[in-house]
Design a protein around this ligand. Structure first.
Ligand code: FAD
Length: 318
């Protein structure tokens, strides 16, 4: 169903985003009679629709494909009456009550409560070969995909805390981990740096830039450009099976930033252990408010919390 045009529709609970957080919020909110509407965004089903195999979501002993799992979550939300719609929230006014949201730049919806579940997008280097091997050797999540590279050689790109953490995590699973760092130092905390330097199977490649990935059946090698002296460059090739990006994420919070407090990276700030934001009646769940875990299960769990808080807020309001 498409969003209705030219009328101001009023809803009790508007959920923005259709990943594990959004659909889980939808299941709980519809079962609590909030008649929620989900605006699904550009990527219905969220990030997991871009992956083939999910092995760590409880309840699927044999694993499940991302698109299938998200299709089932959507059906589960719809079973209780959740209204899932195509559309992107292009503007928000979270100052007035009810809140007013603009969909696709033209249709407005008034919502008594809002649940933001818009996720965070991983940053990539922008290489053509990186795009080619997404899902067959290129990943932006060591916790999600590291398991598939047990006993193999992998590379992690980045020099911050996340990159060091991902490298350390992978070192426990893989034969060898190359940490590719653009600068001649790590930006990570001292403790994280020490952890990396003290791990035998991590080799830090300072002043290296990724040129391209290659391989017949998925990633098999990575060509790097090494800075040698002030103006000299040297090409280096490493044999790897997996290439992990750890250069940051972009939380999809821009459209709410005027009203909702975010940290310096753009993650929505919520009260510890809750989905409560600085605006009463607006809740945030999933990756958009979680710089630490960014997992399907943690997103789903916080979607549940957001719906419960929305229900409590509306009960108090009315
Ligand atoms: P997302 O899944 O990112 O969904 C965000 C939603 O918001 C999307 O539907 C999007 O269309 C919508 N949206 C964004 N902006 C707007 C807007 N302005 N208006 C309306 N809608 C909007 N985690 C695991 O636990 N296990 C795994 O095996 C695993 N594998 C992964 C593999 C890959 C390739 C990737 C990229 C991630 C993987 N993850 C995995 C991480 C997991 O996908 C995320 O943690 C999870 O999807 C976050 O859920 P979310 O609901 O917060 O957001």
């Amino acid at each position: 169903m498409n969003v209705k045009e030219n009328t101001i529709e009023k809803v009790k609970c508007l959920i923005i985003g259709s990943g594990p957080a959004g659909y889980t919020a939808g299941i709980y909110a519809s079962r609590a009679n909030l008649n929620p509407v989900i605006i699904e965004g550009l990527q219905p089903g969220g990030q997991l629709t871009t992956t083939t195999e999910i092995d760590n979501f409880p309840g699927y002993p044999k694993g499940i494909s991302g698109p299938v799992m998200m299709g089932e979550l959507k059906k589960q939300a719809e079973r209780f009456g959740c209204d899932c719609r195509w559309g992107i929230v292009s503007k928000s006014n979270l100052e007035q009550r009810p809140f007013r949201l603009t969909i696709d730049g033209k249709t407005e919806i008034e919502a008594e409560s809002v649940i933001i579940a818009t996720g965070a997008t991983a940053k990539y280097l922008g290489l053509e070969s990186e795009e080619k091997y997404k899902g067959s050797g290129v990943s932006a999540c060591a916790t999600c995909d590291g398991f598939f590279y047990r006993g193999k050689n992998v590379a992690v790109v980045g020099g911050g805390d996340t990159a060091c953490e991902e490298a350390s995590y992978l070192a426990g699973l893989c034969k060898k981990v190359y940490l590719i760092v653009r600068k001649d130092y790590l930006r990570a905390s001292k403790a994280m740096q020490e952890r990396v330097f003290n791990t035998q199977n991590i080799e830090v490649l300072f002043e290296h830039n990724t040129k391209e990935l290659s391989g017949e059946n998925g990633v098999e090698a990575c060509t790097l450009i090494k800075k040698a002296g002030t103006s000299m460059e040297q090409e280096v090739k490493i044999d790897i099976d997996g290439f992990f990006l750890a250069i940051g994420h972009h939380p999809n919070s821009d459209v709410f930033k005027k009203y909702i407090d975010t940290d310096e990276q753009g993650y929505i700030i919520t009260q510890a252990g809750t989905p409560i934001t600085n605006v009463k009646g607006v809740f945030a769940c999933g990756d958009v408010q979680d710089p630490n875990y960014r997992q399907a299960i943690t997103s789903a769990a916080s979607g549940c919390q957001a719906a419960i808080e929305a229900e409590r807020y509306l009960a108090e309001l009315n």
